[in-house]
Design a protein around this ligand. Structure first.
Ligand SMILES: CC(=O)N[C@H]1[C@@H](OP(=O)(O)OP(=O)(O)OC[C@H]2O[C@@H](n3ccc(=O)[nH]c3=O)[C@H](O)[C@@H]2O)O[C@H](CO)[C@@H](O)[C@@H]1O
Length: 363
């Protein structure tokens, strides 16, 4: 199978596309891939690292209101469509799959115009702008939640789940611990603010760093996000030595292994992250980003909370103290942890990537 993948901006759109590529390679070792993204998105770094050929198109996001800027955007859109057509005609894919983010727009649209089978994958309960626009042109829409089915035509939509759920099932706990340099007897709490890091979470964690030393049997992996790393390192330096049970990292590139070793997660509520932790049954403290379309992260997070798989702290209520209390409750009550784990596993869809592979084959 020859596959063009597209999707980008943030990790939540890129990693699902790469997870599809991994599954297709598992099923068909001879499969060939091309990823078309934007030079300015995280995909420009993440995709070449994954060993997949990467080409870029120039694109900017559509605004919700019509302005003069949008006329320029439209012009850029059609220029990107024509660049995409050339790439597609050169690569000759059997199928094109888009996983959201602005860059999908011209690539998937161009593929549909050329008569190439197309799929889009929606990670969130509420569809993003680009996927909404693309719906009428594509052959199939793969969704992650049953509630999303109502947003798309019934003849096109299929409930598959998020392919990252499948990918993390292949993570290796021992590899994760050895990468982090943490012995087998310590519980691991992983803390990160989505793929780009989150200032509010960083500030809350920063304010309780000295107190985290009290959790003697626990190691905290504090991932700041690339852009925040220097500032956090400097702020921590002022506080003195970092407690020995904390590791500080700008980004984790082998998340499946690290998640396999994780006991509790503290993070934003991006849809891919939630698909990963429910596949593995990791109890979580979620702080949804309030800066996303239709407040969709809170909707994602409340879904887990309702089933007892996570605790939600809204950003406006977040303080270091509140986070410390939640951590203490979760780390000291094994029964509560176990019941959250069970609830989380019930929500997981670890077959997602295989379902998407089947859908690709059917086209
Ligand atoms: C601010 C914003 O627009 N957020 C959106 C974005 O979030 P974001 O990109 O943060 O998305 P997710 O939480 O869904 O996914 C993050 C992905 O990055 C990975 N990861 C994260 C940190 C790290 O150090 N290493 C690493 O590999 C995670 O394991 C996960 O696979 O896309 C999601 C999926 O459409 C949406 O639900 C989010 O609302």
């Amino acid at each position: 199978m020859r596959v063009v993948l597209t999707g980008g901006g943030t990790g939540g759109h890129i990693y699902p596309a790469l997870a599809v590529a991994k599954e297709v390679s598992r099923q068909e070792p001879q499969a060939a891939f091309l990823y078309i993204g934007s030079k300015h998105g995280l995909e420009a770094q993440i995709v070449p690292r994954a060993g997949i050929p990467f080409e870029s198109v120039e694109i900017v996001g559509l605004k919700r209101k019509l302005t003069l800027d949008n006329v320029k955007t439209l012009w850029k859109f059609f220029r990107a469509v024509s660049a995409s057509k050339q790439m597609l005609q050169r690569f000759r894919p059997d199928v094109v799959i888009g996983t959201g983010g602005y860059v999908c727009g011209p690539v998937v649209y161009a593929a549909a115009r050329l008569g190439i089978p197309t799929i889009i994958h929606e990670q969130n309960v509420v569809p993003g702008l680009t996927n909404k626009f693309l719906t009428r042109f594509v052959d199939k829409v793969a969704v992650s939640f049953p509630e999303s089915l109502s947003f798309f035509p019934r003849s096109k939509s299929v409930l598959t789940g998020n392919p990252r759920a499948t990918e993390v099932m292949h993570g290796d706990e021992r590899a994760g611990r050895s990468f982090l340099g943490i012995g087998g007897d310590k519980r691991i709490v992983l803390m990160f603010g989505g793929s780009r890091g989150a200032k509010a979470i960083n500030e809350a964690v920063l304010s309780i760093v000295p107190e985290l030393e009290q959790f003697e049997d626990t190691h905290f992996v504090y991932v700041t996000g690339e852009v925040h790393y220097e500032a956090i390192t400097a702020a921590l330096r002022e506080k003195g030595d970092l407690p020995r049970n904390i590791s500080l990292l700008p980004f984790v590139h082998n998340m499946p292994d690290v998640l396999a070793a994780t006991h509790v997660l503290v993070s934003r509520a991006g849809a891919s992250t939630l698909a990963e932790i429910t596949a593995l049954g990791i109890p979580a403290i979620l702080i949804p980003s309030p800066y996303v379309t239709n407040n969709h992260q809170e909707k994602n997070a409340r879904g887990l909370e309702k089933e007892g798989a996570a605790e939600v702290i809204l950003e406006r209520e977040l303080t270091g103290e509140r986070l410390r209390q939640s951590l203490t409750r979760l780390l000291s009550d094994r029964k509560r942890w176990a019941s959250m784990r069970e609830a989380s596993l019930k929500l997981g869809m670890p077959q997602a990537a295989t379902e998407i592979y089947r859908l690709m084959k059917s086209l």
